[in-house]
Each structure stands twice: as C-alpha cells, then as structure tokens.
Write a protein that binds this ligand. Structure first.
Ligand SMILES: [Ca+2]
Ligand SMILES: [Ca+2]
Ligand SMILES: [Ca+2]
Ligand SMILES: [Ca+2]
Length: 332
C-alpha cells in the first residue's frame, strides 16, 4: 500500500521536474511545442520542506484522491483535489510534548480493514534534535489515533526520542492477515509495529547504526509473509565492524526478526530499495542506491542483487547472529 502511495508521490516529483525543464526550454524548440505548463493549483506556505515527498490517496473516502504533504516546520497537510484543505487538517507533528519537524513522507493505508484510510507519519528531523521523534497515526478526520516514540540514543542521550526519516511501509509481515507498520529510526533500530502501535515480539531489530532508508515489503519466498528490505548505516567497530552501509532482507518468523540476506556497500545507504523481477528469471532483484557520507566510488553506484537466502536458523536465542559469519565486502 505504501509503495503505491510513494510511487504516486514520485510521479508528482517527476512531473514537477519535467515542467521546470520545459519552461526553461527555448521557445520553438521541439520539447516546448504543444505542452501545457499550467498547474492545476498551487499552495504556498512559509515552511521548510527538504525531504518529505507528497503522497496521493483518497484520505476521506469520497472517491477523489487527495494530496498529503509534511514539512520540516512540523505541519502535516492534506489537500483535496481542488487544492483546498481537507476538513480536520492541517495537523501539527506533536509528540511527547514537543512539536517536531518531519522529513518522512506520509503513508496512507487502512490499518484496521474498516474501509477508512489512516494517515501514518514518521516524525522528527535532523535539524530538529530538540524534539521527540517517532510515529504518529491519524484518523482521516485529523484526530490522533496513537503515537509512538522511538529510543533516545542518536548522538548520545539528550532526553528526546530519535527521529524517523524513513517513510513507513505498511503490509502483512507476520502472515496473520493484518497489516503491520515498518520503519527505521536514527536510534539504530528497525521497528515492526502492529496496527495499534505495539511492537511485534522481536521488534525492534538492532542495526548498530542509523537507519535513513525506507523499507520495501515484498514476499520474496512466496510464503504469505512479506520480507522487509531496508538499508542501514554501518560503522567500524562493534559486532559488524564495517564502515559503510548494509542492505538487509529481514523475515519475521517464530516471534523473531531474522536476517535472511544482506549486501554490504562502502557508503551509507540513505536510498530506499526497490524490489521486482528485472531479468525475467524466477527470482526478484533488489535495487538500491547509496548515501553521501564517505563520497567515494560506492557513493556513485547503483546496486542490484538477486538475494540468496541464508539458511533458516534453528529456534532459539540470538536470531540476529544468523549472518554473523558473513564478512564485508560481500557482493552477492
Ligand atoms: Ca478524497
Ligand atoms: Ca481504517
Ligand atoms: Ca500481520
Ligand atoms: Ca515471505
């Protein structure tokens, strides 16, 4: 669901870029001929918006799509098709007594299968460390359904829960027919929450470093449970001892979150993975880009892999140790 919504948001971004390019083209050029650049509507606010992308979905259930956007200034806005505010919106990203900025993009999904969409937003921004980070879930009328705070560990404890840059993904991870919410945080964890905001047993999964990447959910092994594809940063030292990033494929099994595959990159992974079959064989690929911390060859690379699954570990403690024998750099 979130994938579809994010893809729609991407269409808006692409169209905006195209329009800018065509406006800049010389008059009479082939690119400019016969193309309208008149926007349907525009809204302007005195707010910072660096990272959050728009999401298109029918929030209020009237049969017409709406547009959800959020800003680093901490407002979550929903516009109707004509550009006017949807009733009950905008809302502040208020969490734990602070008004936080938003870098994450809104996810629109029906968490409880009642035919009414909810609005799910990661909260907290890098420029805003004095505010609490986590997740907010709103009903479609703008009332808050529940709030979730992450842990406080980024750059040392400062009394504030850490930001969620990652855009939440919604899908059935444990195979019970009900959707979960999956996202990463600056607090070094990947969370799997149920529709009421409770951690599933085994959540959160410890990444050892910051998580920027937004998860993609895909049933890689066709067993009715979506696997979680998500990138994370990785630092020298610690258990993994790799300076760069790691793309994970995680599976929820027997009350634990188990890593079934990983690929190392020499750059942190801010990019969000895309999963699909790109070469026509029987197995899907995962494609992702890097980040911009180390700024070397891997910072300019697009990574494509067909995951090969690690054996399912036996029941017992330390499921995260399943890949401990794999050492970087592993490019499978
Ligand atoms: Ca609507
Ligand atoms: Ca609902
Ligand atoms: Ca489920
Ligand atoms: Ca599966």
């Amino acid at each position: 669901m979130s994938h579809r919504a994010r893809a729609a948001g991407g269409v808006i971004a692409v169209l905006a870029s195209v329009i800018s390019i065509l406006v800049a083209a010389p008059l009479g050029s082939p690119a400019a001929a016969g193309v309208s650049v008149t926007p349907a509507w525009e809204r302007t606010f005195g707010e910072l918006n660096y990272h959050s992308s728009p999401t298109i979905a029918d929030v209020d259930g009237d049969g017409t799509n709406d547009v959800a956007v959020a800003s680093q200034s901490g407002w979550i806005r929903i516009f109707k098709a004509d550009g006017s505010d949807l009733g009950g919106w905008p809302q502040r990203a208020s969490l734990g007594g602070t008004n936080a900025g938003v870098d994450s993009s809104p996810t629109i999904a029906d968490l409880d299968n009642d035919g009414r969409n909810e609005v799910i937003v990661g909260v907290g921004a890098l420029r805003d460390p004095g505010s609490n980070g986590g997740l907010l879930v709103f009903n479609r009328d703008g009332t808050l359904r529940w709030a979730f705070q992450t842990q406080d560990r980024q750059e040392g404890s400062n009394g504030r829960s850490d930001a969620v840059f990652s855009t939440p993904a919604v899908g059935d991870v444990n195979g019970d027919g009900a959707p979960e919410i999956v996202f990463g945080s600056y607090d070094h964890h990947i969370y799997v929450l149920d529709r009421n905001g409770a951690n599933l047993p085994g959540s959160p999964y410890y990444n050892e470093d910051t998580v920027w990447s937004s998860p993609a959910l895909y049933d890689f092994d066709f067993d009715g449970r979506n696997e979680i594809f998500v990138g994370g940063d990785s630092s020298a030292g610690g258990t993994i001892d790799h300076a760069g990033g790691i793309m994970h494929m995680l599976e929820y099994q027997r009350g634990s979150i188990v890593e079934r595959w990983r690929r190392y990159a020499g750059e942190i992974i801010i990019s969000s993975p895309a999963v699909g079959n790109i070469d026509g064989d029987a197995k899907p690929e995962v494609v992702f880009g890097p980040g911009d911390f180390f700024k070397h060859d891997d910072s300019r690379r697009v990574f494509t892999s067909t995951p090969r699954l690690a054996p399912t570990p036996p029941a017992g403690p330390s499921p995260q140790a399943v890949m401990a024998g794999a050492r970087p750099p592993s490019a499978t």
